[in-house]
Design a protein around this ligand. Sequence first.
Ligand code: BLA
Length: 493
Amino acid sequence: MTLIADIAACDREPIRVPGAIQPHGRLLALHGRTLALQAWSGNWIDAADARAAAQALEPQRLHSLPAGQSAVSAGELRIAGAAWKAWAHRSDDAVIVEFEPAQPVSEEEPPIYVLARDLLPQLQSARSVPQLLDAAAEELRQLTGFGRCLIYRFDAEGHGEVLAESLAEGYDSYRGHHFPASDIPLQARDLYLLNRFRLIPDARYQAVPLMAEGGLEVGRIDLSLAHLRSVSPVHLEYMRNMGTLASMSVSIVVDGKLWGLASCHDHDPRYLPPDVRAACSHLGQLLSMQVEAKEAHAEVQSRLELRKLTLEMVAQLSDADASLRGLLGEAALMLRIARATGAAVVLDEQVWTVGDTPPEADLLPLAAWVADLGQDVYESDRLAHSYPDAAPWREVAAGVLALSISRVHRHVIFWFRPEIVRTITWAGDPRKESATDATGRMHPRLSFSSWTQEIAGRCESWTPAEVGAAGELRQALIAIVLRRAEEMAAVAG
Ligand code: BLA
């Protein structure tokens, strides 16, 4: 199997229907209408024990469950002398009930109050997304006692970057590290949009298989919304390879998309009681709302900042000789406008550059190619895909943003960015070497090299705000150049 096929296999693992649960609780699947017992987890003593548990439930509560929503409390029950807490939700045509041993009532302040009192004001006063995330990572560690809590953001391709963390002594830092999309494959990211909380108290657990009556296939029972769902064995191996025995993650959802995860690890097994889990879920929601608000604000700020830079540039040019070449006289400003590391101006057969650019002689054919595209603004974060001659330049110019100023003359302005591989911190790979085993199962380590393959030759993408600002600059330049031509004509006349 090729590497890419292996990664595709990861995406296909049917994690919603594992036919098993984690052992820190028990599960019943009841018929959606009759509430007759259909399936149960193998850690009930036997079918009779499971049936007794089903009978202890209040049918009215189960009948009124809305479809597609997370579990709600189904009460505290005594079954065969032991106290249990139960939660229920509807899944397809079944009612799923999950049981955990009831905890003694705690004397401590409920975690949800602590969260509201301590975190909410901090989130509100945070001035930027990184500040928000730092406060949330810190609070999560206080709440849960996990050794490492980090906040992880996905990019458009699903690759992740650790933006914030809080660590106990003895835990390595992952701040600034990047992880490949395949570490959390697509179907898992989809599921985490639906079910926004998961806990793995002990990555060494033995999965408890579901058993069924009446010909039901347990591999068809959808556990998407079940807290006890047994997670992917590949992921459990990944955790163990990282020296993580317990993990908890909460989804951060912004504009209806999975923006990132708050993810906590511990070197030792760690269980969280239901009230702490509920507080973590709320933290995820609060954080999601605040990130959404702060990002919208930051986008507006960034557009304003770019507009200011564009105006500054235009003012400089109008004061100077108003030729396009003058753009490079303001080298620092020119690079800042597009957060670029190199820029060039091509006027017919003449080339001027600042910063790191491809060789000047190569910019003439590139300008001819861009001009022939007939686009006012052209951008690419992987130029060599469309323009193969660019392949050798990737260290300085993996991507380009270009303005065609004139349809008549070959007047082109370029900004360049280097290959991203050179601009990011690589994750210290905590995983051991391993490959696909005899059963064809994919092991975590391989995802790393696939990521290297995938991002090779790419620069950081040009944002819509940057492309928009370049378009505005183009309009302003055309106006300046035209006015100058008219002035020259007037002088000549
Ligand atoms: C799930 N992978 C996950 C999850 C995380 C990560 C956070 C969510 C489950 C949880 O809360 O533990 C990955 N965890 C990370 C990363 C960091 C971290 C990157 O802390 C960084 C510090 N994983 C692989 C490969 C495959 C794979 C190669 O590396 C596929 C073959 C699979 N990861 C995988 C699957 C899940 C997963 C299938 C879903 C687990 C489930 O919910 O069943």
